[in-house]
Every structure is written in structure tokens, then in C-alpha cells.
Design a protein around this ligand. Structure first.
Ligand SMILES: Cc1ncc(COP(=O)(O)O)c(C=O)c1O
Length: 455
């Protein structure tokens, strides 16, 4: 498995777009201001944080005009592409016409987008509440589940991420994102069904079944026996692109429903065509959730998120007043409507499937050349490369992952990282990524890995 060092670094595919000349404050000024006045819990990637001042489709530009292939898309958010002309035009038009009035008055965008979202779901999932972030969507989903079922307890998954609000944080099952404060919600975290680091043995399907049975055990031992909901990402994003075999969600949902619970699919990362073959992540696993939460891709970068459910579940929230000032804002929903049009017109779902498959195959091939790669996984354009120091012990290669990130940045490629030990490279680009970009990304990752010292 010796790795040949390439002679020259791979070059980005050509692009005609020329960024404007940047005239704002310098990178060091921005850094100093941010360090002095922004909240210290904001963190930035890279030893020398990157100043990003312009975007064009799958590319970002720094203040010098240098171009980067963006394989992280504002954390799986910019689905259509940076400053996609259709989204920009529709948002600009809406800002110039009416920016805000709130949902106490009628506006076509909220109603139209709710209907368009409903059309993307199986029959019955047709009532939507718009909010501004994924955390809010998850909070609201669980509130509705509790009101509807009359039960309090929630089952979430270890290694899941559901947001930073106090309630959503309790569902998150990754310690690095949790704070030592009392949890407001009774939550139990079941075993993550991903086979790569499962405590269970056997085939991926056997691991999935044992992981689903863990939910039954948890309900029996740690709850009153009836639960409000099970919340899970079909593919865990922040956790490092982890998911169970196809039988997992089917078996898990059946157990949850036996105990009175609703099944909530957190589609914040997996929704809006990212996983390619299907529009929603849950569709890969042959299940239909009772509640679906979405954010990120729905707005292509505008603060827009939503919860879709069945009418009788939604009615449970209508028993009291509930209001969200910006929820369904005309500008955010203009972006949402444009996103749905662009996904169709630009064939982004098909592209995510085709280019994602090509990229995954290229990355899987790299396993033969780099023993640092322990696992390549993912669906469509939601891919993960887990780096380990030893394929048998699976010791996380955390420092090496950081090194790869830095080297890729030098090559003009931006990727994310994730997993409890930050040893998974996360690839979630705009869905307009081309085959040439994908081939270049594989070459760049190969080149970067060839230069990382392996213990
Ligand atoms: C799966 C998932 N759910 C919820 C959230 C929270 O979304 P937000 O940051 O918009 O609150 C995230 C954010 O990364 C996420 O990945």
C-alpha cells in the first residue's frame, strides 16, 4: 500500500467566472475584530482562518480572488450553488417588494411553499410550520409529538446531532456538542446503527436489528413504557456520515410505534435531494416518518427551516397560541420556492446521484493506496472518509485529519470534518458539482493523503 508521490499538485478544473475586486477590510483586520468582539465560542477552520468574500456555484473566493472548490457548502446548506442566479433574482425581487409583515397577514409565498413541500412527501405528510433554523424545527417537532401523544420521553441516537438550542442539544448524542447543564427533556440515547464502530457484531443487517432492539430495551428500562417520539437523522451528518443497514429504520420505527411514539426524521442535512436517488433521506430506508424536520438546503443559505407533519399531529399545537416572528418570512420563502424550482430545472437530484456515485467510487479506490482510510461511506453527495491510524484497532487519526484539511486547503479544496473524534472528512458540496470537480477532488485528496505522516 505504498503511496507514490505525485510530481505536481492537481489543478482545479477551469472556470470562466471572475470574482469582483475585494475592497473590504483585510483578513488580519477581520480576524482581529472577530477575536475582539465576536463571541469566543465561534470557531474557525484552519490554522490561518480563511476569509471568504464571494461565491459562484460550487466555488468560493478569498479576498485575493483565489478560487476554492467548496466540498462543504456552508455545512451541507448551499444546495443549488453559491449565489445561484435564479435564487438571487427571486430573493432580490422579494426584498424590493416586501421584506416582512409576519404570518398574521396572508402572503402567497408561505402558502405556496407549504403546498410545494407537501407535494414532495407521501400522502398525509402535508402540513408545514416554517421556522428559521434546524434547532427550532426539532424543538417544535418534539413539542408537537409530546402534545399529540401525551407522553414525555424521547429516544434519540448516540452520535446524532440535532442542534444547539437547549432542547435540541438534549437530543444530540455527541459529547463535544453538549454542555454540563441540567437537561430539560427526558431523553435516552440508543446505540448508533452504523456498523463501522458498533458494539454489536455480525452483518450490517444483524447490527441494525440489534441496534433497533436496543430501543425496545431502553423504553422498557428507562422510560414509563410509553414514549413521545424517536428522533433520528437517516444519515448522521455531524456524527461523520453514519447510518445503519436498510432494515434499521424500518425495525426501529416499528418498535417506537408499538410504544406509542411518533417517528421524527431529522432531514436537516439529508433532505432536498442531497442523497441523490431520493429527495429525502428516509426514502432510502423504506419508511414513512410521522414528522419531518428540514433546514439548510431548503433555503440555499437563507434562514429557513420547517416541520412537516400530519394534520392531526399539527392540530395538537393549535390548542394554544404559538408564534414565530420570522417563520415563513416572504424573503426566506421566496428562496425556498426558488430552491425547489432550481433542483428540478438544473436536475440536481440526478446530478447528486450520478456525481456522488462517481466521487464515492473514486474515494473507495483510494483505500487501496492509503492505509489511513478506514472507511468510505455515504449516499449521493453526502460522503464521509473515516481516517484511522490502524485499520484493526480503528484508532482515530484526529491529528492526521486536521493535516489533510490544511493540505487540501493549500490545493484549493475545502472539506468538512466530523465524528466524535473529528477524524472523518465530510464531503457535502453544492449539488451542482460536476464530474470534473469530482475527479479533481479525488486527485487532491490522494495528493494530500500522500503527504500526511502516518504513524
Ligand atoms: C441534522 C441536523 N439537525 C439539526 C441541526 C441544527 O440546525 P441549525 O444549526 O440550523 O439550528 C443541524 C445543524 O448542523 C443538523 O446537522
Amino acid at each position: 500500500m505504498a503511496t507514490a508521490l505525485h510530481a505536481a499538485p492537481p489543478a482545479l478544473p477551469p472556470c470562466d467566472y471572475r470574482p469582483r475586486r475585494y475592497t473590504g477590510p483585510s483578513r488580519s483586520e477581520v480576524l482581529a475584530l472577530r477575536r475582539r468582539y465576536a463571541h469566543p465560542s465561534l470557531f474557525a477552520f484552519y490554522r490561518e482562518p480563511l476569509l471568504v468574500v464571494e461565491g459562484h456555484m460550487q466555488y468560493l473566493f478569498d479576498e485575493t480572488g483565489r478560487r476554492y472548490l467548496d466540498l462543504f457548502a456552508g455545512i451541507a446548506t448551499v444546495a443549488c450553488g453559491h449565489s445561484h442566479p435564479t435564487v438571487v433574482a427571486r430573493v432580490q425581487d422579494q426584498v424590493a417588494t416586501l421584506q416582512h409583515a409576519s404570518s398574521i397577514y396572508l402572503h402567497p409565498n408561505l402558502a405556496l411553499l407549504a403546498a410545494r413541500v407537501a407535494a414532495k412527501f407521501p400522502p398525509g405528510l402535508d402540513v408545514t410550520y416554517f421556522v428559521n433554523s434546524g434547532s427550532e424545527a426539532n424543538d417544535l417537532a418534539v413539542l408537537m409529538a409530546r402534545l399529540f401523544t401525551g407522553n414525555a420521553d424521547i429516544i434519540a441516537l448516540r452520535n446524532g446531532y440535532h442542534g444547539g438550542s437547549p432542547t435540541a442539544m438534549t437530543f444530540t448524542g455527541i459529547s463535544t456538542w453538549k454542555f454540563p447543564v441540567p437537561q430539560s427533556t427526558p431523553v435516552q440515547h440508543a446505540v448508533c446503527p452504523d456498523p463501522y464502530r458498533s458494539p454489536f457484531g455480525g452483518t450490517p443487517e444483524a447490527i441494525a436489528s440489534q441496534s433497533a432492539e436496543d430501543i425496545r430495551d431502553l423504553i422498557r428500562r428507562a422510560t414509563p413504557g410509553r414514549i413521545a417520539a424517536f428522533i433520528a437523522e437517516p444519515v448522521q451528518g455531524v456524527g461523520g456520515v453514519t447510518y445503519g443497514a436498510p432494515n434499521y429504520l424500518r425495525e426501529a420505527y416499528a418498535i417506537v410505534r408499538e410504544h406509542g411514539g411518533l417517528c421524527i426524521a431529522d432531514e436537516v442535512q439529508t433532505g432536498f435531494a442531497r442523497t441523490g436517488e431520493h429527495f429525502w433521506g428516509f426514502e432510502h430506508f423504506g419508511v414513512v416518518p410521522d414528522v419531518v424536520t428540514m433546514a439548510k438546503g431548503i433555503g440555499n443559505g437563507m434562514p429557513l427551516a420547517a416541520v412537516t407533519t400530519r394534520r392531526e399531529i399539527a392540530d395538537a399545537l393549535a390548542q394554544r397560541l404559538h408564534f414565530n416572528t420570522f417563520g415563513g418570512n416572504p424573503v426566506a420563502t421566496a428562496a425556498g420556492l426558488a430552491v425547489l424550482d432550481v433542483i428540478e430545472q438544473d436536475g440536481l437530484q440526478e446530478n447528486a446521484h450520478a456525481v456522488g456515485g462517481r466521487l464515492k467510487a473514486g474515494l473507495a479506490d483510494l483505500m487501496n493506496r492509503h492505509r489511513l482510510i478506514g472507511d468510505v461511506r455515504g449516499i449521493g453527495l453526502m460522503l464521509g472518509i473515516e481516517l484511522v491510524r490502524d485499520r484493526v484497532t480503528k484508532e482515530p487519526a484526529t491529528a492526521e485529519t486536521l493535516d489533510v484539511l490544511e493540505r487540501l486547503r493549500e490545493l484549493g479544496v475545502l472539506v468538512g470534518k466530523g465524528g466524535l473524534d473529528s477524524n472523518v472528512l465530510r464531503i457535502k458540496p453544492p449539488l451542482c458539482l460536476t464530474a470534473d470537480d469530482a475527479d479533481f477532488a479525488v486527485e487532491a485528496i490522494d495528493y494530500a493523503l500522500s503527504r500526511v505522516a502516518v504513524p
